[in-house]
Each structure stands twice: as structure tokens, then as C-alpha cells.
Design a protein around this ligand. Structure first.
Ligand code: AMP
Length: 226
């Protein structure tokens, strides 16, 4: 199972990837999480990426390509993976194809979570993340506690610095201009599944899993739009 989970910031890519990856026993590779960890650990990569991320801009392609290249050759990726947050530019998508070809990886599916910008702004401004397990919560639903409700390590909840409204709008602009055009690239390869991101987390998971199942069983195939 080799999946690229795709969508605007706040579409629910990370949430779905965290649920789906264990079901197939494959790693969830979030480039955003890798960069945030690197920033926390003050590595050279982290220090470079931190300021860019805070502004809602994209980390340069060459840095991201090195990072993903190193990650995909690791042993745990042999059975498959879910890429979350990569590729984010057409250049990254084209280079990713080269990496896949070099590693002889086939049957890559792109799962597109569709959602409108208004809903995204509402979701992201209310989003809290756990500093320990990375799970995401809605500020109103967890009754304003600062402790993670699901985390055995009792992580603290925080708002990502790039989840402020002005930065969210910038990230959405970047998505429209640099990231969304990737869809056209994959449409030509006919390997897209689309799901409705306005639904509940459970319903989206269900829609993704049933469409993946159909692809696997070749019940319907290629360009599963709608
Ligand atoms: P995310 O957690 O996926 O929303 O990513 C957070 C931030 O990390 C983005 O706004 C970018 O600054 C950076 N980032 C993550 N993935 C990439 C990528 N593939 N290319 C460039 N920048 C990225």
C-alpha cells in the first residue's frame, strides 16, 4: 500500500494517515512532523526550516527531496507508506516519480481529501496539537484543558505557530498556487481517489478504506473522482 495523502492544510491528512497507517502496518511519513521535530532538536535542517514554517512558506525543494529520499530507503518502507505533506510542489511530484522509479516502486495512489477554505480556517484556528503524541484536537471539544486527553505521556496541548489566521491564509495561498496543480499531474497518471473532507473523521476513514479496497480488488480502477 503506497499512498500519498493529499489536501489543503487542515483537510485532515494527518488525522486520517494516523488512523490508516496502522491498519496496513505501514509508516506514516509526515514531512511537517519531521521538520517540527528537527526544529525542536535544533538540527541544521530544523534551524533552516523553522523560520520558513512560521511564515507559512515552503521549505526549498532540494532540502525536502533529500529528506524524503533518505526516508523512503529505510527498511520500514518496504511494505508501503503513507506520505503526508509531500509532494507539495509539481517539482517535488516529478522528482518523487524519479525516486519511485529508482526504488522500483509501483502502484502509488493519491488520496485527495476535498474541503473548502472557509471550513479549513475554522478548523485550524480551533486546532490544538499534543506536544507528545502529535494527536490533534478541537479546542472547543476538549473543554479548554491543556493536557492531552489521549496521551499516556500526558503531553501538553499547544497551538501550532502556523495555525494563526493570517498564516493560515498564507498557507492556503501557497496551497492554491504551488500545491494544488499537483492534482493535474496525477490526474494524467490516473491514480487518484477523492473523498469528501467535510464529513466526520470516521466517515472519511470509511470512505478512504472502502475506495482503497475497491482499487485493490480492481472493482473500479483509476481516477476515482467524486
Ligand atoms: P504540515 O504539517 O504538513 O502542514 O507542514 C508544515 C510546514 O512544513 C509547511 O507549511 C511547510 O513550511 C513545511 N513543509 C512540510 N512539508 C513540506 C514540503 N513537502 N515542501 C516544503 N515545505 C514543507
Amino acid at each position: 500500500m503506497r499512498i500519498i495523502i493529499f489536501g489543503a492544510p487542515g483537510a485532515g491528512k494527518g488525522t486520517q494517515a494516523k488512523i490508516i497507517a496502522p491498519k496496513f502496518n505501514i509508516p506514516h511519513i509526515s514531512t511537517g512532523d519531521i521538520l517540527r521535530k528537527a526544529a525542536e532538536n535544533k538540527t541544521t535542517l530544523g534551524l533552516k526550516a523553522e523560520g520558513i514554517m512560521k511564515k507559512g512558506e515552503l521549505v526549498p525543494n532540494d532540502i525536502m527531496l533529500n529528506l524524503i529520499n533518505d526516508r523512503l530507503v529505510q527498511k520500514d518502507c518496504e511494505k508501503g507508506f503513507i506520505l503526508d505533506g509531500f509532494p507539495r510542489t509539481v517539482t517535488q511530484a516529478i522528482e518523487l516519480e524519479r525516486i519511485f522509479a529508482k526504488l522500483r516502486l509501483e502502484n502509488i495512489l493519491l488520496v485527495n481529501i476535498k474541503i473548502n477554505h472557509e471550513e479549513i480556517i475554522k478548523r485550524l484556528t480551533e486546532r490544538m496539537a499534543c506536544s507528545s503524541c502529535g494527536n490533534i484536537f478541537n479546542f472547543n471539544e476538549i473543554r479548554k484543558t491543556d493536557k492531552c486527553p489521549s496521551c499516556e505521556m500526558l503531553g501538553t496541548l499547544y497551538q501550532r505557530p502556523d495555525d494563526k489566521e493570517v498564516i493560515i491564509k498564507k498557507r492556503l495561498d501557497v496551497y492554491e498556487n504551488d500545491t494544488k496543480p499537483i492534482l493535474k499531474y496525477y490526474q494524467s497518471k490516473k491514480n487518484i481517489i477523492s473523498v469528501d473532507g467535510r464529513n466526520s473523521v470516521e466517515d472519511i476513514t470509511h470512505e478512504i478504506l472502502s475506495k482503497l479496497n475497491m482499487v485493490q480488488n480492481k472493482l473500479f480502477y483509476n481516477n476515482i473522482e467524486g
